[in-house]
Design a binder for this molecule. Structure first.
Ligand SMILES: Nc1ncnc2c1ncn2[C@@H]1O[C@H](COP(=O)(O)OP(=O)(O)OP(=O)(O)O)[C@@H](O)[C@H]1O
Ligand SMILES: [Mg+2]
Length: 203
């Protein structure tokens, strides 16, 4: 399967274009890295790919066809700040179950502790919360993961542990990954290709 963004143009307001004819492609068996200056529009492109922004021109396709947006969106975005995507009035058990029934084996693989499930989002660290948002995104219907600076807040050991678990899961389930990071060394470890944002965006 191929996730493709073709000639995407977008601006939040008329004064400034963020994306101009931007194009990118990821295959199911690939991990593509994306690097670029802060404020250049990487997160904006991530949101377009995963269905959070729809008023763009150009097209986003899966195997050449528009992405169905009813039911479950097959391109799942994992954000840098997991707490922003969680209902503060839900305990973690409900936050996780909202997406799908995650197996105990997968919880263990991501180092998710049972005792965290009965806490509120505000009672967990950024790294602990990020494990929940990754597991939520790994719904069996997911075909692509867009990982937007997901490990910036983690220490080096946790970063490696989480990325290894995510990559292993995606490789064995044929899920493609677009990984945005400011850390070239991290991307070089696991990406098949690393793209520079200003080379895929024609501003
Ligand atoms: N909702 C919004 N309304 C108006 N402008 C926005 C909005 N979101 C982002 N922007 C602006 O669009 C530009 C691109 O933002 P974006 O978050 O895509 O950059 P980025 O490449 O992800 O940066 P970083 O590396 O710092 O995360 C920035 O100048 C930002 O201020
Ligand atoms: Mg960003």
């Amino acid at each position: 399967m191929e996730l493709k963004a073709n000639n995407i143009s977008f601006s939040y307001n008329k004064n400034r274009h963020i994306l101009n004819d931007a194009s990118i492609s990821v295959e199911s068996n690939q991990i593509i890295g994306l690097m670029g200056d802060s404020g250049s529009g990487k997160s904006t492109l991530c949101k377009i790919l995963s269905g959070y922004i729809s008023n763009y021109t150009g097209e986003v396709t899966l195997d050449g066809k528009p992405i169905p947006d009813k039911d479950f969106y097959p391109v799942q975005l994992i954000f840098q700040h997991p707490e922003k995507t969680m209902n503060p009035k839900w305990k973690m058990e409900k936050v996780l179950d909202e997406s799908w029934k995650v197996s105990q084996e997968l919880k263990d693989t991501f180092g998710l502790k049972d005792s965290w499930l009965t806490r509120w989002p505000s009672e967990l660290s950024g790294g602990e919360l990020q494990r929940f948002s990754i597991l939520r995104a790994l719904n069996p219907k997911t075909k692509f993961i867009v990982a937007d600076e997901i490990s910036t807040m983690l220490d080096a050991v946790t970063q490696v542990q989480i990325w290894e678990a995510l990559i292993n899961h995606c490789k064995s389930n044929n899920i493609g990954i677009l990984a945005v990071s400011h850390d070239p060394e991290l991307l070089e470890v696991f990406c098949d290709d690393i793209l520079k944002f200003d080379e895929i965006n024609n501003l």
